[in-house]
Design a protein. Structure first.
Length: 329
């Protein structure tokens, strides 16, 4: 039992050491930020084409993630493996593109062999490296130095802390560029339509019931007529919107209202006008507002239906709680 406990402590101690080394490498980047980083931001912002990220081995895997971060936050980007580039895929790069090359040693033959052809095409080069005096650094327009990083590997060989530092510096570059572009939540959602955030940031107009699916009744219509409107509207919405002669919203009559009428000891005549039984101050929302806001309103006021109106207060849609469930909001 003691031997097992000792082994567990050693494992946890080793894991903690790895985390400390990687965290220390990332924290040390703060002191290395300077004019080169500012220059790199300017180069990305002025890039009229793609930010083409390249690297081999573990640095290449980091490059793929950095490229994906750029692409998802408003900066068109792709990852290009240097070997593939030298065997025909160099045609993906154009004069207006920017090459972001990752190599800790700065002496990766495949990466360095790519620099001259990119230069010939007229592209700019930014390097992320731990060797500012390396071949890659000398061939680049701008160098982001991660410093001499002690790897967390017991052999001091496997890329660990160095790749963490590269990742952090790449993220920092992408996030500063994002801020400079005034890239907001709605922009982000456009690139993540299947994600939870993307669904919440959809416009109400994208999910509301409209056209023949919009249940509308005129003021003065009988309860029976309004119930028939609700039942005969495709999708069988749980409410009908009551409008005046000009088509402006006056109120809403819901299945909940109908249920409460049926619970009365004295049932009202179904020929009575709906005006005396409808909700006269319904909560509503505009079609260009976000589904996220509609969800908040429905939750706050505990309503299952939300009229969608235009600037003239005319109903253009209806949002049912089921519609939010359908898009998993």
């Amino acid at each position: 039992m003691s031997s097992s406990s000792d082994q567990s402590r050693q494992r946890l101690s080793r894991a903690a050491e790895v985390i400390r080394l990687e965290a220390s490498s990332i924290a040390g980047l703060e002191g290395r930020l300077g004019e080169s980083f500012v220059r790199a931001v300017d180069l990305v912002l002025s890039c009229e084409g793609l930010v083409v990220v390249t690297g081999v081995g573990k640095a290449g895997l980091v490059g793929q993630k950095v490229s994906a971060t750029f692409a998802s936050t408003g900066t068109p980007s792709l990852f290009l493996h240097p070997t593939d580039a030298l065997h025909g895929d160099l045609g993906r790069i154009r004069r207006r593109d920017l090459l972001l090359a990752l190599s800790n040693s700065g002496e990766s033959a495949e990466v360095n062999a790519l620099i001259a052809p990119v230069r010939k095409l007229g592209g700019s080069v930014v390097a992320i490296t731990g060797a500012p005096g390396s071949t890659l650094a000398r061939l680049s327009d701008c160098v982001l130095d991660i410093g001499r990083v002690e790897e967390a590997c017991p052999l001091k060989l496997a890329p660990t802390a160095s790749t963490s530092a590269m990742m952090a510096l790449g993220d920092a570059l992408a996030m500063v560029v994002l801020s400079e572009r005034s890239f907001g939540r709605e922009d982000y959602a456009q690139f993540h339509p299947a994600g939870a955030l993307g669904r919440r940031l959809m416009r109400v107009s994208e999910v509301m019931r409209k056209g023949e699916h919009l249940p509308v009744a005129r003021s003065g219509a009988s309860l029976r007529e309004v119930v028939l409107v609700m039942n005969r509207t495709p999708g069988r919405p749980g409410a009908a919107l009551v409008v005046d002669a000009s088509g402006r919203l006056l109120g809403i009559f819901t299945h909940g209202d109908l249920s409460r009428l049926l619970e009365r000891e004295e049932l009202p005549s179904m020929q009575q006008p709906v005006d005396g039984f409808m909700g006269r101050q319904p909560k509503f929302i505009e079609p260009e507002r976000l589904v996220e806001e509609a969800q908040r309103l429905m939750s706050e006021y505990r309503v299952d239906q939300l009229p969608v109106i235009d600037a003239e207060r005319r109903p253009v849609g209806l949002l049912d709680v089921q519609d939010l469930l359908d898009v998993r909001v």
